[in-house]
Design a protein around this ligand. Structure first.
Ligand code: SF4
Length: 570
């Protein structure tokens, strides 16, 4: 199966971490994307071929483990990374690399013909695809730089659709003096990036997709003005919860437990801009707010002795738990099993994801005493597995990473037998900040993908599909057990969830949680559908057949649900 992914604009180092993660796996992916301005130096590059300080022209500079010299990547250039198991590789050495590169060249030559530019081809002695290769003025339109080892390919090609061609003036492109560089636009063709993406995916399906093809596309970002009221900082709407427009029917079980039976609520409609944004992502309608929750979304309430003891302890240490903040339906079960999730770094988030009932006002300074208090509470509560999470703190230079590390260390000091899981934001993709958390060696490193590629912009506009996969890949490379989570019922299809599971498996994710979306307020995303329990069961089979060690998937599953059991299983 060839897994084709259009990822939009992705910073070079994040794409590199993602590539490395997929390269270490055994699934076949073709990633297509654009990079912000960047110059990369291949293994045999001559640094003198970079003629200016890249920062002066707004570009980054990175070394790359690929063949070739210096090249430029930037907006308007279609970059492709085929991460494949290349047949006949063992012992083939150079011969197979040449054969593979010839294959990529031919694919691009065919794509260019499909896009309306004839007469492109190879220039002897110079890898890549050229316009007028036999003529007086050959000019390169696509560069190729690959790495093949252990039967796997990475890096790839860069096809110039309509980039800023002046950026090539600041280097000796590919180390080749005296030969030009061109683009479809420079050759007089106006081709949309989307059309180039489709053309490459179609040709690649023929070349590498003999066992089938599966495509996922992120939806492109648009102006902030298009974002939903909650995401634009206008705060939550009316709470979709018992107190104001919902009445709760409960039933007392023979063993004294209380079950939440059903609910009725007043009719409300989602904001017009949110509806427009969702429809851009192909999601229309959604369930009426008055729709009754199905049988399987009933939570059991068991306010037993252990639960009340833990609640008092949390209060006594002046701490917050996500379990309580998010009104998690599993709180009774988890606390009963000795697992709890602490919210550190304050309760005010610098983001506003469309499904999350969080306070988005200005965050407060960090509390230096909090790590020790959490550790003391863990010790006193006798927790066996503790999850540490936080809102996104984009206002902090390290995104709150140091506080995570300090809390892990403090718990290790006070409760050495407890296993520690961290559930972190993406730290805006900042490798140094992420490494601070990874170096604290949590037992489980959790970062949620949350939803499928197509819905990322609608659901978590401040985050990104490729960025989250890159965070997980980098954590895996650091030798950690990694975990991620998906929320379903927001407009995705089951096939898209399956494809996202493949991407998580591709970057070596060990544990995945999948649960039903429940709408917190009228300003949040509408529930698009109640996902059937059988579909959740199907995701366990799919995920574990792809090599994910444990998939916890059910309507009431949340990121930390049964977290201790999952960690112990691995
Ligand atoms: S970043 Fe996390 S805490 Fe903040 S809004 Fe999104 S899901 Fe909620």
């Amino acid at each position: 199966m060839l897994r084709q992914r259009w990822l939009g604009r992705v910073p070079y180092v994040e794409a590199l971490d993602l590539q490395m993660g997929l390269y270490r796996g055994n699934l076949d992916h073709l990633l297509l994307l654009e990079h912000p301005h960047v110059y990369t130096l291949g293994a045999s590059a001559n640094a003198d071929h970079v003629l200016v300080d890249p920062a002066e022209v707004g570009a980054e500079l990175h070394r790359a483990s690929r063949g070739g010299d210096v090249t430029y990547h930037g907006p308007g250039q279609l970059v492709g990374y085929p991460i494949l198991s290349v047949a006949g590789r063992r012992g083939g050495g150079m011969a197979d690399t040449v054969k593979y590169v010839r294959g990529v060249e031919q694919l691009l030559i065919d794509v260019l013909t499909d896009l309306g530019i004839a007469g492109t081809g190879r220039l002897a002695g110079y890898p890549g695809v050229w316009v007028d290769p036999e003529g007086p003025r050959p000019r390169k339109i696509a560069a190729i730089g690959v790495r093949l080892s252990r039967g796997r390919s990475m890096h790839g090609f860069a096809l110039n659709v309509a980039p800023d061609m002046t950026m090539f003036d600041h280097i000796v492109p590919c180390g080749i003096e005296g030969l030009g560089v061109t683009s479809l636009e420079a050759e007089g063709l106006s081709v949309e990036m989307a059309a180039a993406v489709d053309a490459v995916f179609e040709r690649a399906a023929v070349v590498w997709g003999a066992d089938g093809v599966e495509r996922l596309d992120v939806t492109e970002r648009v102006a902030t003005g298009d974002l939903a009221p909650f995401t634009r900082g206008l705060g939550a709407g009316a709470v979709v919860a018992p107190d104001d427009h919902m009445s709760v029917e409960t039933r007392v079980e023979p063993d004294g437990g209380t079950v939440v039976e059903g609910l009725t609520i007043k009719k409300r409609v989602p904001g017009s801009r949110m509806a427009k944004r969702l429809s851009e992502a192909g999601v229309d309608g959604g369930l009426e707010i008055a729709t009754r929750k199905p049988e399987w979304l009933k939570a059991r309430v068991d306010m037993g002795h252990r639960f009340r003891h833990l609640k008092r302890t949390v209060r006594s240490f002046d701490l917050s738990t996500v379990c309580e903040e998010a009104s998690c339906p599993n709180i009774f079960e988890c606390w009963g099993e000795g697992t709890a999730t602490f919210l550190i770094n304050g309760e005010r988030c610098t983001r506003a994801c469309g499904y999350c009932h969080v306070d988005t006002s200005r965050p407060e300074p960090l509390d230096a005493g909090e790590p020790e208090r959490v550790a003391a509470a863990v010790d006193q509560m006798g927790l066996t597995h503790v999850v540490i999470t936080a809102v996104a703190r984009d206002d902090l230079s390290d995104g709150g990473a140091a506080a995570f590390a300090a809390t892990v260390d403090a718990i290790r000091g006070r409760a050495p037998t407890a296993s520690v899981e961290v559930l972190i934001s993406d730290c805006r993709g900042d490798r140094a900040a992420l490494d601070v958390v990874f170096d604290a060696k949590p037992d489980v490193m959790n970062h949620n993908l949350e939803t499928v590629a197509r819905l990322q912009r609608a659901v978590r506009p401040s985050a990104g599909y490729a960025r989250s996969l890159a965070v997980l890949a980098r954590a895996k490379a650091a030798g950690l057990i990694t975990k991620s989570g998906l929320i379903v019922g927001m407009g995705e299809t089951a096939a898209e969830v399956g494809a996202s599971l493949a991407d998580l498996a591709g970057v070596g994710c060990d544990i995945v949680t999948i649960g039903q979306y429940l709408r917190p307020t009228t300003n949040h995303l509408p529930v698009h559908r109640w996902v059937e329990p059988s579909e959740f069961a199907g995701y366990v089979e799919i995920g574990e057949s792809l090599g994910i060690g444990h998939v916890e998937s059910s309507p009431l599953t949340r990121s930390s649900y049964r977290a201790g059991a999952a960690a112990n299983k691995l």
